[in-house]
Ligand binder design. Structure first.
Ligand code: PMP
Length: 306
């Protein structure tokens, strides 16, 4: 990954080399950080970069902050302005990934959430696809379980909680899979290591409810709306059993990084025909237009940078 040239750090935009923390920083020792991940899409015809749903991403970040007793002194609007300014400083004319990261910044020993200073930084890097086989991914079901909301808030994007995702992803990849789906403690399908999951059965799009320890994905919400409004498909939120993954007609992952990644094999069993299905194909086409500002109906989701 190419390093950023600048970062937003301690209230201003600085050269990336100056965005540094000390080794005693609380978040580095105890995982007490929260983060976001959003994309900026370059639109060649308009010579414009569009942030995709930044206000929704920052609203989720501030909800994570609230759970972690962080006061960042920012609103979704102020954070969006900072992000635009940072991107203009970097001058990117290609697709980018934007990482806001808030953290317990005090340099002290002691596990807790209270009586600590908070800080927020933002950096951006050029970014393409995340799951390499995004039209034909092979997934397994992880032997790890997804963190439960009563252990670490599952709907928060909390640094320390991503150790769970790291175990899931590495074990899957070392076993030769592209990604893994992970189950809740009671054995229902929750999500991927960094993606939400959808399956198609008999023409109905099904995804686990927000109470199954998922991260409440912005891409998930986008896909649910596009499926209903553009394709007229019924979308249902309900528990998914592991073996439904083996017999469903289509399966795909959604996320800012993964976008819409088709899963065509689960634990060596073909999904449907074993090739990306028609609903996944159509949703990917629509999604790719929407994120680049090419569907006027959804232009509210595209925030211009330049
Ligand atoms: N689940 C997890 C665990 C994630 O890290 C992500 C990526 N942020 C998602 C789901 C997808 O969320 P979004 O569509 O908002 O990127």
């Amino acid at each position: 990954m190419a390093l950023p040239k600048h970062a937003y750090f301690r209230g201003k935009i600085v050269p990336y080399s100056e965005a540094r923390v000390g080794v005693a920083t609380h978040a580095l020792n105890y995982g007490t950080s929260i983060f976001g991940g959003m994309r900026g899409y370059w639109n060649e015809e308009e010579q414009q970069m569009f942030l995709f749903r930044p206000y929704d991403h920052f609203r989720r970040l501030l909800n994570s902050a609230k759970m972690m007793l962080m006061d960042l002194g920012h609103t979704p609007e102020s954070l969006t302005e900072v992000t635009k300014e940072l991107l203009r400083t970097e001058g990117y004319k290609e697709d980018v990934y934007i990482r806001p990261l808030a953290f317990k910044a005090s340099e002290v020993i002691g596990v807790r959430l209270h009586n600590l200073e908070d800080d927020i930084t933002i950096f951006c890097v050029p970014f393409g696809t995340y799951v390499s086989n995004d039209t034909n991914a092979h997934c397994t079901v992880s032997s790890w379980r997804r963190i439960d909301d009563n252990m670490i808030p599952a709907r928060g994007k909390i640094g320390g909680a991503y150790v769970n995702s790291a175990f899931i992803k590495t074990d899957a990849m070392r076993a030769g899979f592209d990604e893994a789906l992970v189950l809740t403690e009671d054995g229902h399908v929750s999500e991927g290591s960094a993606e939400n999951v959808f399956m198609v059965r008999d023409g109905v799009l099904i995804t686990p409810p927000v109470t199954d320890n998922i991260l409440e994905g912005i891409t998930r919400r986008t896909v649910m709306q596009l499926a209903r409004d553009e394709l007229g498909i019924e979308v249902v939120e309900r528990h998914i059993d592991r073996t439904e993954l083996y017999i469903c007609d289509e399966l795909f992952l959604t996320g800012t990084a993964a976008q819409i990644t088709a899963v065509t094999k689960v634990d060596h069993r073909p999904v449907g025909t074993g090739e990306m299905g028609p609903i996944t194909t159509k949703l990917r086409e629509i999604f790719n237009k929407v994120v680049r500002g090419k569907m006027p109906k959804y232009r509210d989701w595209n925030v211009p940078v330049y």
